[in-house]
Design a protein around this ligand. Structure first.
Ligand code: EPS
Length: 386
């Protein structure tokens, strides 16, 4: 399974082409739209989200509610494009190009590095593609992968662990409860006390023209043992998930299970003891390793956290240098989100869903959904009795 996204933040649309899905897999456009709507929510979003109402158009690879095995093309319209027709014009508009040219790179954004690398004197040609608008296309791809997982009995939840240094108290909840609580929270946080404080901090940051980052957690339940592989670096599923997380715009770090805490503890305090019983087969007494040993799933829930830095588009000026005059200036910006951590949580869920679905189709025959389900069922039985 692979996908490619295309489209600019203020261009006409985002497109994603997905290849390698099994045929005869149930496909619901509504379920994709549901994930897109979840990504648009969250306390701290800016005015752009009031303009957009993301929905996919399905242009190929699906017929009568099922995939055909052909590439699936999904398109999401940028409603904001109507305000940007001249600036994003295909044909040259010289006076507009000069008047609206961006020569002032934002610290922390892709602007300067991308401009130097691709030789753009107008940094709009960088920011249009580095923008987190692109995550809408990735969520659409993940939402399709999620439907594959659902058919296989694999479920996903995500929640916000911290924003601006405020951290939620850990709670041990069944997955469905975690989904329901996160969904009901404007910051996707499971701890109501921390939620209040996060909202207060976002309001404060907004007032000060500043932005906030945070930590999100994704949990995947019902995964069979042995997705991924110990035999080679690029087949390790934990590593692929780490890549998927850190590739989300503004993400700087990733942890699996207890993650960085493992550095402080002794081996006996870290590793999960192996148990077996008739009804469950093999299981671990704890899940500190977040569902992975040796680059493969253990069958315990996958638990992965991602760290998002504060968005670099600030109202509060930071020093930078104009690429024309080489003069210092204080960046001032018109529109941005003050905190997009709750939205990024939805992105993280969906990019993880993609990697798990991809690993499933690599392990099992997957030209058709029936083949995949048959093999998965037999394999689960064998693994339990092994
Ligand atoms: C973004 C800046 C803002 C965000 C955008 C990401 O957009 P604009 O520049 O149009 O105000 O709203 O996020 C989205 C459009 C989205 O769909 O998530 C940026 O610079 O990354």
């Amino acid at each position: 399974m692979r996908y490619l996204t295309a489209g600019e933040s203020h261009g006409p649309q985002l497109t994603v082409i997905i290849e390698g899905l099994p045929s005869r897999m149930p496909f619901s456009k509504e379920k994709v739209d549901e994930q897109l709507a979840r990504r648009q929510k969250g306390y701290g979003r800016g005015r752009r989200m009031q303009i957009e109402s993301d929905q996919v158009q399905v242009l190929s690879g699906v017929r009568f509610g099922q995939t055909t095995g052909a590439p699936v093309t999904l398109v999401i319209e940028n409603k904001d494009f109507q305000h940007w027709r001249k600036i994003m014009s295909l044909d040259p508009v010289p006076e507009e190009a000069e008047k609206r040219r961006i020569s002032r790179p934002r610290p922390g954004h892709a602007d300067l590095n991308g401009a130097i690398k691709y030789n753009h004197r107008d940094m709009r040609d960088v920011l249009e593609r580095s923008s987190a608008r692109e995550t809408a296309a990735r969520v659409a791809a993940g939402a399709v992968a999620r439907q594959l997982l659902e058919t296989c009995g694999i479920r996903i939840a995500g929640h916000v662990v911290s924003i601006g240094g405020v951290t939620a108290q850990p709670v041990d909840l069944p997955l469905e409860e975690c989904v329901a609580r996160a969904e009901a929270s404007p910051v996707r946080c499971l701890d109501p006390e921390a939620e209040k404080e996060m909202i207060r901090l976002i309001d404060e940051a907004k007032k000060e023209g500043d932005t906030l980052g945070g930590i999100v957690e994704v949990i995947v339940e019902g995964v069979p043992v042995g997705l991924g592989s110990h035999v080679h670096w690029d087949r390790k599923l934990d590593a692929r998930i780490a890549q998927a997380i850190v590739s989300i715009q503004a993400f700087k770090g990733v942890e699996i299970g207890i993650g960085f805490e493992a550095a402080r503890l002794k081996g006996s305090q870290v590793h999960d003891e192996i148990m077996w019983d008739e009804s469950r087969g093999y299981y671990r007494r704890t899940n500190r390793l977040g569902g992975f040993e040796g680059g493969m799933t253990t069958g315990e829930p996958i638990v992965v956290r991602g760290v998002m830095k504060p968005i670099p588009t600030l109202y509060k000026p930071l020093r930078s240098v104009d690429i024309d005059s080489k003069e210092p200036f204080l960046a001032s910006i018109e529109r941005s989100d003050s905190c997009a951590v709750p939205a990024a949580c939805v992105v993280a869920e969906n990019v993880v869903a993609w990697e798990v679905a991809r690993a499933l189709t690599e392990k099992f025959s997957s030209d058709t959904m029936d083949e995949l389900l048959d093999e998965l069922k037999r394999y689960r039985e064998r693994a339990a009795r092994f």
